[in-house]
Design a protein around this ligand. Structure first.
Ligand code: DCP
Ligand code: CA
Length: 362
């Protein structure tokens, strides 16, 4: 058997993405602490979506309530989120990436992978060329990691933020990767990290040195194998060029038209669970839950409910679906029922606590 040809994978992540987009139309705010989130009104409840690196110096972080951010950095300027604008710029930088290599994998609003194995230029030259193209096409900076697989490329893109370009070779793993916290491995979330710490494993190097059997006893064989290989810099998942789905849905046509509310409710719960599982496996979360109901006479109604944040949680989806169902008058027999979740984003969720879904994060 011949060894597989070495791959070169590039991971790109835009710097302070929402904030960088906002600064394009507010260049007067460059160099200032700027916080993006909610309606951009710090006197109302809201959560920081992101902030400029100037605001990060004060300790402000994504996910933090405005109240805390205000205490840490009273002079920050607040701006509301404008997803339409971020999506528009997301398409622009992704197009710049596709011009470098067609083997492109979209991983969310501000990050993507490229397989650059077939290119003849050096990795450094490709990285610099892409950074200049993105700066030219968007006016924004990004951070790039290039390595022999997606895992190392992703870890590398985060090592020298903002405006970084980091190349990792397999031989660099012991010196540059092993000292990092185990949490830097995408797929090892807070829960898995806590469990690793309880086993005395804090760094990626300690994880690499741990026995596979011991890890398997605590995490199950699939997760243990992933973690152990990852800590040793081994990861085979290919860059897959797929279109982002716009929604996930499940529907069912009853064998016979039904009028029994219990049966409708049972079906709605089961469809919700299946959509939730589908989202979770694919690493997506959605913000809008909708149902479709077709009566025996083919009259069809839909209702939807937008949540405060994206979810792939079965219970949350089921509760939203039932809320929609209650808004429909069930005065005739029902022929078909469907559940749909839209406004999808990358869930970024700690899926590994479920056991074997770590790969969906890469
Ligand atoms: N985001 C959000 N809420 C979070 C985390 C992120 O709304 N809790 C949004 C805002 C970010 C974008 O997603 O701009 C990308 O997330 P990143 O984690 O990549 O963060 P940034 O791009 O803002 O900063 P960095 O330079 O660290 O990549
Ligand atoms: Ca980013």
């Amino acid at each position: 058997m011949t060894a597989p040809a070495p791959r070169r994978i590039l991971h790109l992540d835009m710097d302070a993405f929402f904030a960088s987009v906002e600064l394009l139309r507010r260049p007067d705010l460059k160099g200032k602490p700027v916080i993006i989130g909610g309606r951009g009104d710090p006197t109302r409840r809201g959560v920081v979506a992101t902030c400029t690196y100037e605001a990060r110096k004060f300790g402000v972080r994504s996910g933090m309530p405005f109240r805390t951010a205000k205490q840490l950095c009273p002079e920050a300027v607040y701006l509301p989120t404008d997803f339409a604008e971020y999506s528009r710029w997301s398409q622009v930088f992704k197009q710049s990436m596709r011009e470098v290599s067609p083997v492109f994998e979209d991983r969310g609003i501000d990050e993507a992978y490229l397989d650059i194995s077939a290119l003849i230029e050096s990795s450094a030259a490709i990285g610099h060329r892409l950074k200049s193209a993105i700066l030219r096409d968007t006016g924004m900076s990004c951070s790039i990691g290039i390595g022999p697989n997606k895992l190392l490329a992703k870890i590398a893109s985060d090592l020298d933020k903002p405006d970084g370009l980091t190349l990792i070779e397999p031989d660099d793993v012991p010196v540059r990767i092993w000292p990092l916290d185990a949490r830097r491995i995408p797929g090892i979330g807070p829960k898995a990290d806590e469990r690793l710490q309880r086993l005395g494993i804090r760094t990626i190097g300690e994880l690499a040195a741990a026995s596979l059997d011991r890890l398997a006893r605590h995490f199950g064989p699939a997760t243990a194998t992933f973690m152990h290989a990852a800590a040793n810099g081994v990861h085979d998942t290919p860059v897959v060029t797929v279109r982002e789905p716009k929604s996930r849905s499940r529907e069912t046509t009853f064998q016979e038209d039904v009028s029994d509310w219990q049966e409708i409710a049972r079906t709605l719960a089961s469809l919700s669970a299946r959509v939730a599982e589908d989202l979770r496996l694919r690493g997506y979360a959605g913000r809008t839950v909708g149902i479709k109901l077709r009566f025996a006479d083919f009259h069809t109604v839909t209702r939807d409910r937008t949540l405060s944040e994206p979810t792939c949680d079965a219970r949350t989806i089921r509760m939203a679906a039932f809320e929609c169902l209650r808004r429909i008058e069930l005065d005739r027999r029902v022929r078909l029922l469907g559940v749909r979740v839209t406004e999808l984003s990358e869930s970024g969720q700690d899926t590994n606590s479920a056991g074997s879904y770590v790969d969906t994060l890469l």
